[in-house]
Ligand binder design. Structure first.
Ligand SMILES: [Zn+2]
Ligand SMILES: [Zn+2]
Length: 238
């Protein structure tokens, strides 16, 4: 807006700029305008001049550079929101609630995740005379009440000579169970934790058109159970 750069003609009326107040457009045209042609008051002119961060645009440049740019940003933002919504919809439609009110995730593009988190202990008799499975199971059934402990037991089965394996879905449940058995039947039985297998990550339904984020989200979605188990420390001993 320096005076020496003033061109001779006004960008609006094409008449000479005769030394009166004028304002330069900060848009692509870079033309100068009579204050009157720019529809600015002297007060407004002084505010613009006094503040480096204030820029004045002529009508044409304002339309093409300011409004259009804002519109482009809004359109881009709407597009991103739409993408987010459709990802959320996909996620919500993949949520299933089973009979025990457990929330499970599945993916229409992938077969349901078969891998279940499971923790287990093996109870074995200290005295070799007690090698009948039935007596171990009877002892356990008599001393341990899962409902009172508020734990969920998945399975109890015999394994090898004089051994019984009990599995729970939650690691915390199996730890509760372990300490309960130790305190009630510890003199008779040894209780050891079963090491869990390494989680497998599954990847299906990907294609070369996916960008990095899509790929990452797909893998995360298909392996939600495994990833949640890892995050919760379930596999920390592996
Ligand atoms: Zn003019
Ligand atoms: Zn302009």
């Amino acid at each position: 807006m320096a005076d020496e750069e003033e061109p001779e003609k006004c960008g609006k009326c094409s008449k000479e700029i005769d030394g009166g107040l004028s304002v330069g457009c900060e848009g692509k045209c870079s033309e100068w305008f009579h204050l009157k042609c720019a529809e600015l008051t002297v007060k407004e002119y002084n505010v613009i001049k006094g503040c480096k961060r204030l820029k004045w645009f002529c009508d044409i440049c304002y339309e093409s550079e300011v409004i259009k740019r804002t519109n482009d940003e809004v359109i881009k933002e709407i597009k991103q929101l739409k993408d987010q919504i459709s990802r959320l919809e996909e996620k919500v439609s993949a949520i299933k609630v089973d009979d025990n009110d457990n929330v499970k995730y599945s993916n229409a593009g992938a077969e349901e995740i078969k891998q279940r988190s499971e923790a287990a202990i093996i109870i074995s008799a200290k005295n070799e005379d007690i090698n009948k499975h039935t007596s171990i199971q009877n002892d356990l059934k008599g001393a341990i009440k899962p409902q009172e402990l508020r734990i969920g037991v998945n399975n109890m089965k015999t394994t090898g000579a004089g051994k019984v394996k009990i599995s729970c879905e939650k690691k915390t449940d199996i730890l509760k169970l372990k300490s309960e058995i130790e305190s009630k039947l510890g003199s008779k039985y040894d209780i050891s934790e079963v090491k869990t297998r390494k989680p497998k990550i599954k990847i299906v339904g990907i294609n070369e058109n996916m960008d990095k984020d899509e790929l990452k989200n797909t893998i995360i979605k298909q392996n939600e159970l495994v990833i949640r188990s890892i995050r919760s420390g379930y596999y920390s001993n592996v």
